[in-house]
Design a protein around this ligand. Structure first.
Ligand code: PAF
Length: 293
């Protein structure tokens, strides 16, 4: 059932081998051995960085006694012209990082196990998904919602942890869990940033040195926008300023820069707790970021 992996780096501290399961039946059998412990699931697409490992820590902080991570590059959430084929994959390195972070089990299914021949079900979350990422990436959220629902049903964790960097995704997952009455607590984990403020993302690996240097304009523009909003500058003025700063720094015209409420509805005035969200492309790399205002 499990394939033990050892750390690929001879210089790193030895960690215990991480069990890996690849089928739902083996996942269920492994999780059953954890009970009655409180189990967390941390779904990922691999290419793990410190942001993912913080999800493991967040699971522990939320009371998980056992943590299961999944690594699955989900073809259903990529558009035909997107980066599914070149998305970074390194299971050996991912397993070593997960083991060192205290993860107990890795679920790494094959595409044919998640989507066997004849697979015909899609989970659509209406209302939250038409704008922003949903408008730019048609079908993306159906792909996310479908695979997350499958993972939650397969693992049946007590809690599942998702990063706040994908703010709209987190809202979609919270909605589907309520709507489908899935007995799982959804925990959002704060964005982890590089020292200069850029949000960690597996896609940052695509950035050239020059793009990486300019990419920091995204978090800086959002931080400045938050200050401006809190100082009473009108929302439309602030959002336009963010767009201008990004384009001036070498980004393409942003896909969106918006202030939204918890239901992902755009706000024209600052009211209650709001989230500033943005997505923009620099060179061939699309970057997302957001922060609470
Ligand atoms: O955020 C991600 O990495 C993915 O969208 C997720 C939640 C693992 C589903 O494939």
């Amino acid at each position: 059932m499990s394939v033990p992996l050892t750390s690929p780096s001879p210089t790193s501290a030895p960690t215990r081998p991480l069990p890996i399961v690849r089928t739902v039946a083996d996942l269920r059998a492994a999780v059953a051995t954890f009970r009655p412990a409180r189990v967390a699931l941390v779904p990922t697409m691999g290419a793990l960085h410190a942001g993912h490992l913080a999800l493991i820590a967040a699971a522990r902080a939320a009371g998980a006694e056992r943590v299961v991570a999944s690594v699955f590059v989900n073809p259903a959430q990529f558009g035909p012209d997107e980066d599914f084929a070149r998305y970074p994959r390194d299971e050996v390195a991912d397993a070593a990082k997960l083991a060192a972070a205290g993860c107990d089990l890795l679920f790494a299914p094959a595409v044919s196990d998640v989507y066997p021949p004849g697979f015909a079900t899609r989970i659509e979350v209406a209302g939250l998904t038409e704008r922003f990422e949903g408008a730019v990436r048609p079908g993306h959220f159906a792909g996310v919602a479908t695979v997350v629902t499958k993972l939650l049903i397969a693992c049946a964790p007590d809690l599942a942890v998702f990063g706040e960097k994908d703010w709209q995704q987190l809202a979609v997952i919270r909605r589907l869990v309520v709507d489908l009455a899935l007995p799982v607590e959804i925990v959002g984990a704060p964005i982890v940033r590089d020292a200069d403020g850029l949000a960690l993302s597996s896609r940052n690996a695509y950035l050239s040195a020059d793009e990486r240097a300019r990419a920091v304009t995204l978090p800086r523009a959002l931080a400045a926008a938050r200050e401006a909003l809190q100082a009473g500058v009108p929302v439309t003025t602030v959002l336009t300023t963010v767009r201008t700063r990004l384009v001036t720094a070498g980004f393409a015209e942003p896909d969106y820069v918006a202030l939204v409420n918890a239901e992902m509805q755009p706000l024209e005035t600052l009211a209650g707790t709001a989230r500033l969200i943005a997505a923009a492309r620099i060179g061939g790399t699309r970057l997302l970021d957001n922060l609470t205002v």
